[in-house]
Design a protein. Structure first.
Lengths: 187, 120
């Protein structure tokens, strides 16, 4: 599994659950996968999805130490990422699927599905009509881009344990002018 | 009456692709069969013009058969193209059938244009 594939699958899952229809497996397919075969295209209407770019940092990643510092303290790197997923719709009806999804994208149920998949989906621009004349007819094709935000968490790494330093300021009544420091280092 | 210079060639035929719930394709099972065809010959420039643009820069061969024993990709039935395996000589490798021309005059035969399969 690659991040490109994970993002496509997460988006497809949210999309398919949101648009009101019964989906066949080849109604929404990855644009760049054929398992070494011919990648035979389905009959329209159908959608293709392609993660155009990914792993774009949003802000600066942070190091998060584990709460437990006494036993085996660990540390992870956590960051926010965004990506661009392009969906192409072949056929008029497939364009309607995109429009329906766009009209529901902020509804609570859709946001809940995004949360389950670990993504946030935002529209980027509008629905573009890329229909064109081919040698044997006209291809009805539409495109919509989506920005998909997601979170990345690194593998856990053992954290170097901090030294336990205790510093006491003592006062002896016998020598009232002296305020010696007592420093203890717990290894 | 058959075409001269025929020899056994391995044809690899795949069952139809299937797609899982995420739309990913799984290639169908393959079956190898020995067919009779002329030894592979280099495709000419005119042969290459039959191919889609991205396929013209690959190694291409042509084979002649007496009957329609090879097939190209068929979108209607979702059946993938046959592959031809050339065991030895300078054309050794696996080739996908990209175009077939049937000739009916005098000596009926079929010409198959095949391009080398990418290692992927």
């Amino acid at each position: 599994m690659t991040i490109d594939r994970d993002l496509y699958v997460a988006f497809r899952t949210v999309f398919a659950a949101t648009v009101s229809r019964t989906w066949a497996n080849d109604d929404f397919i990855p644009a760049n996968d054929s398992d070494g075969g011919d990648g035979i295209k389905p009959d329209p209407p159908y959608l293709t999805g392609l993660t155009v770019n990914s792993d774009i940092s949003v802000g600066i990643d942070e190091r998060q130490p584990s709460a437990d510092i006494s036993g085996n303290p660990t540390e992870i790197q956590v960051g926010q990422r965004t990506s661009l997923l392009s969906v192409n719709a072949f056929g008029f009806q497939a364009a309607d699927w995109l429009a329906e999804f766009n009209s529901k994208i902020q509804l609570p149920a859709v946001e809940a599905r995004m949360t389950t998949q670990g993504i946030t989906v935002r529209r980027l621009g509008g629905l573009r009509n890329l229909s064109t004349r081919l040698d044997t007819g006209i291809e009805h094709r539409y495109q919509q881009d989506y920005e998909i935000d997601y979170r990345v968490v690194s593998d856990t790494e053992t954290q170097v344990e901090l030294l336990h330093v205790q510093q006491n300021l003592e006062h002896d009544p016998a020598t009232p002018d002296a305020w010696p420091y007592q420093v203890t280092v717990d290894l | 009456m058959s075409t001269l210079g025929q020899e056994p060639v391995t044809r690899r035929r795949y069952a139809a692709e299937t797609r899982d719930a995420n739309g990913y394709a799984t290639r169908g099972a393959s079956t190898d069969t020995a067919i009779m065809a002329t030894g592979p010959q280099p495709a000419t420039g005119r042969d290459l013009q039959l191919l889609p643009e991205g396929e013209r820069v690959k190694t291409a061969i042509k084979l002649y058969t007496d009957s329609a024993v090879l097939r190209t990709v068929d979108r209607a039935t979702k059946l993938p193209a046959d592959e031809v395996i050339v065991a030895s000589d300078q054309f050794a490798g696996t080739y996908k059938v990209m175009a077939i021309q049937g000739q009916r005059a005098i000596l009926p035969h079929y010409k198959a244009i095949c391009v080398e399969v990418d290692e992927s």
